[in-house]
Design a protein around this ligand. Structure first.
Ligand SMILES: *Cc1c(COP(=O)(O)O)cnc(C)c1O
Length: 383
């Protein structure tokens, strides 16, 4: 029996060990722990990779979002529209500014925010829309940008799962007012600790974020405002610089595995990820649907067979206890709620082999044939 973890950071480290060890040692030799040339080098390289003018390194992806909203002047009395299916950092960062989170339901095929639902949630207090490129799949940005243009709203990309993804020939990160990335170790571009960044081509916005992220500092002990301490450290930047050079080849591997899964599973009626032609997803996660009454059994069989799986996410954001105060009812977000009951994430990372992907598929087939009556895979996703 094969053992397939959900992701394998040790295997990735072994594949680039000399480069990483050298990079970390260089930071220590120079004691360039906070700021300095390693951070500058990574910021330039990452801005170029995202096709933006600026990159501001910060402490994590949640801060990247919070600082962006703050720098856009969003605060108490404002509303920001956020997809009902995401990690809590997407909505938490809005609340941290004092603004109100307003959820919008998702498109059941892409699991991303549905532009029609955004339209339905607009009020005179709406100031911004957060487009989360969930699972590494770009949001259909044109309709979102069109709504924003018409209503004078900001659009921020939450690209924490989408490093290197492409929408209509343009890099994710370059499509809206600003884009926020996380470099949490498990992300497609992951540091060896926490890290994050905001990319933008707006000079003023970049400058404001940089000041806010560093105590409102404009000079050593001169502060124009109060900010926070949220900086990318030298060791993380040096690691990220090494890994950024490999991101392209890793993304090719992720896409290759995703297409192998989709070919093998799609022909067996499993609901596999939908990838429209005009975009290139980077498969941070590879998510299939299983009828909700069979999901536990499905995961148990994979687990017994040595295959780790995940659920992203088991409770849709508006249904979390954290958002009870918004007084939504479960029926308000039918697509996100249904997705939360049906989705299963299969292992996907660059270092997987064909044999491992084939093995996962063979266990899925076993599930399908063993229990075709009560728990068919592919609960469906009709709108
Ligand atoms: C990981 C993640 C974040 C937060 O990033 P951190 O670096 O963990 O703070 C935000 N949004 C999404 C969609 C994420 O997956």
């Amino acid at each position: 029996m094969l053992h397939i973890p959900f992701l394998d950071l040790k295997q990735q480290y072994r594949s680039i060990k000399p480069e990483i060890d050298h990079a970390i040692q260089s930071v220590i030799d120079e004691c360039a722990f906070v700021g300095g040339r390693f951070v500058d080098a990574f910021e330039s390289a990452f801005a170029a990779a995202c096709q933006t003018k600026h990159c501001v390194g910060v402490a994590n992806g949640t801060d990247a979002l919070f600082l962006t909203f703050k720098a856009l002047g969003i605060g108490p009395g404002d509303e920001v529209i956020v997809p009902a299916n995401s990690f809590i950092a997407s909505s938490e960062s809005v609340s941290l500014t004092g603004a109100r989170v307003v959820f919008a339901d998702i498109d059941p095929r892409t699991y991303n925010i549905d532009p029609e639902q955004v339209e339905a949630q607009l009020t005179p207090a709406t100031r911004a829309i957060l487009a989360v490129h969930l699972y590494g799949q770009p949001v259909d940005m044109d309709p979102i940008l069109e709504i924003a243009r018409r209503r004078g709203l900001f659009v921020v990309e939450d690209a924490a799962q989408a490093h290197g993804a492409v929408y209509k020939g343009r890099m994710i990160g370059s499509l809206a007012d600003a884009a926020c990335f996380s470099f949490y170790p498990g992300k497609n571009l992951g540091a060896y600790g926490d890290g994050g960044a905001v990319v933008t081509s707006n000079d003023d916005l970049a400058a404001r974020i940089r000041v806010l992220a560093n105590h409102g500092r404009i000079d050593r002990y001169n502060h124009s405002t109060e900010g926070v301490n949220s900086r990318l450290d030298g060791i993380q930047a040096a690691v990220l610089n090494v890994k950024l050079a490999h991101l392209g080849e890793w993304t090719v591997r992720r896409r290759y595995h995703a297409h192998r899964y989709s070919t093998l599973l799609g022909s067996n009626n499993v609901v596999v990820p939908f990838e429209p032609n005009h975009l290139s997803a980077v498969y941070h996660l590879y998510v299939v649907r299983v009828a909700s009454d069979g999901r536990d059994e499905f995961r148990a069989l994979l687990q017994e067979s040595g295959i780790a799986t995940g659920i992203h996410y088991p409770i849709a954001l508006p249904n979390l206890a954290a958002y009870r105060y918004l007084q939504y009812s479960t029926g308000d977000f039918p697509q996100a709620t249904r997705a939360s009951q049906e989705v299963v994430s299969l292992p996907i990372y660059p270092e997987l082999t064909d044999a491992e992907v084939d093995y996962v598929c063979s266990v899925v087939y076993r599930f399908l044939s063993r229990d075709s009556v009560t728990a068919s895979v592919g609960g469906g996703h009709s709108a």
